[in-house]
Each structure stands twice: as C-alpha cells, then as structure tokens.
Design a binder for this molecule. Sequence first.
Ligand code: ZN
Ligand code: ZN
Length: 231
Amino acid sequence: MGRRLLSRVGCDCPLCGARVAGARLCPGCQADVTAAPTGAPPRCPRCGLRPPAGASHCAACLGEPRAFSRTVAAFDYEPPADALILMLKTQLRLSMAPVLARLMAAAVRADAPLPAGILLVPVPASRASLRQRGMNPAAEIARGLAAELALPVPSHALARRRETPRQATLGRGARQRGAAGLFLCTGRVRGRHVAVVDDVMTTGSTVNAAAHALLKAGASSVTVLVAARTP
Ligand SMILES: [Zn+2]
Ligand SMILES: [Zn+2]
C-alpha cells in the first residue's frame, strides 16, 4: 500500500492497539519509547550510549576506536520498545519498518541536521538470515527512512566479504574479531557523506566494520542511524 494511502487509513498502534492514522505509534507510546530514563545523561554523540552520570568521556569509545563519527538512536533496546524490533525481525511484520523509520527520523530531526545529500546504506544481511527472513530488516528500515527524510539509498553499496556466525550468539571480543574486514564497499561513495542504517546497535562492531569499508572507498564521513541502541 502506498505511503499516502496508508497515512489516510486507520491502523492500530503496534504497542497498545489504539487507533492511529497510518503506520505509527500513538503519541503516548511514542513518548514512552523515546523518553530518556529519568536523570539519564545524554547519549554519547559518537556511539549513542548513555555514559554513567558525571563521566566526561564515553568509556566504550575510549576502549574501541570508531570509524564512524556520529550515532543517532531512536530508543534503547529494552522493554517496551524492544517489542517493535522483535515484531519486525522475529514476527516478520514488514509494516514495522516504516514505524521504526518514523521514530528514527524524529530522532534525527531532534539531533543536529545530517550533511546534505547523505547516502543511506543499510548493513547487508547474512545469507543465512536472508534465507530465514526473506528480507533484510536494515534495508526495509532504510527504505522507510529514505521516504521520511527524502534521502537516496544507493543499491548494493556494501557487500559481505564472508559469512559469520550470528552476532547475537557471540561475546563482545568475538564480535569485534568476527566483524573486522567483514564488508566490502561495492558502490560509489567517494567524496560522499554516508549514513549506515541498522536495526539494533549492540557493541558497534558491525557498523564499525561497515564504516571502515566506506571510508576506505573514499566516503567523506560515516554516521550511524539505528532504531535501537543496547544500553
Ligand atoms: Zn500506543
Ligand atoms: Zn561513545
């Protein structure tokens, strides 16, 4: 169904079932999902984590150099918002992609503006997860985000060099080792600002590997746009 038509028909808020206009959360659920925990410090601009109160540097960024310069996350990956990710990735509800994209677009608008003409590049799915889901959640979200922000999504800008065990089953060190050199830039990004799009950012090693590949291919800068950040 086209977006314009979708915005005119009634839908149900995926979290509470209230009637809403189009693929979106109701205002109450949106506020619940995107609100920072009471007294929580602002996210690290580079990696999107909330550092402990009073910390002047983000320990995660000090411990692991980042190829990307900025991260915008719509919400923390914990209840109730994690249900939105599970609906897309586990229940394969494709209608959740525009809902997540809308939340991410709102987070971008509340943050600093993105560089003009920035390219949206979804993290490529592994062959195993593509086979299992029949779609790449990151690519579905990037498509929704492109419509929200009027930005281009070049096709096949990144490819996987190899298949890896599912990141979710690995520990932190194994994730970092497993992600190094994981991607190859197969599109034209020289001189362009690029935003890597993913559903969930956990340690950041996957998006970091994507950022490395893009910078190596001449991208001017890499920003990370994720729906959820593991706190
Ligand atoms: Zn609701
Ligand atoms: Zn950080």
